[in-house]
Ligand binder design. Structure first.
Ligand SMILES: [Zn+2]
Length: 134
């Protein structure tokens, strides 16, 4: 997956939060460094980090949805565990992306033999089961 399509996956509210976090860090938290020439540099770095944090949280949310995982607990876990451990855990434990069922369109796990909603056999996914001798 390219960075552009990953960015497109991030929900709008997460992008707005990321922009807000950048502004707050740039103009608010680092106001105390006003006297020093480092202020702009520190504000830029801190704001970028804060913005990236919200973008990543938004990505985890959207990515969990398309993998059939509960999105809110995973996004909360990714944000709340310090030092980005939550994000690392998410990327280690996430499930494969669901494929749409050809019959009803619901997401089906790639290793599932049948659609859990309509029972349609998922013939085009994975290795074909060998036919039984009769
Ligand atoms: Zn189906």
């Amino acid at each position: 997956m390219s960075w552009r399509s990953a960015f497109g996956l991030i929900p709008g509210p997460a992008k707005i939060l990321a922009a807000l976090a950048f502004v707050v860090f740039f103009f608010g938290v680092f106001e105390e460094y006003r006297a020093s020439g480092l202020r702009t540099l520190i504000g830029l770095a801190g704001g970028t980090l804060a913005g990236a944090y919200f973008l990543l949280a938004g990505y985890v949310y959207a990515d969990a949805v398309r993998r059939g995982m509960p999105p809110i607990p995973w996004a909360a876990l990714a944000v709340l565990i310090p030092n980005c451990v939550g994000f690392v855990l998410y990327f280690l434990l996430r499930k494969p992306i669901l494929h749409p069922c050809p019959s009803c369109g619901r997401g089906v796990a790639p290793d599932a033999a049948f659609c859990p909603r309509c029972g349609q056999p998922q013939m085009n996914m994975g290795p074909q089961p060998s036919r039984e001798e009769s």
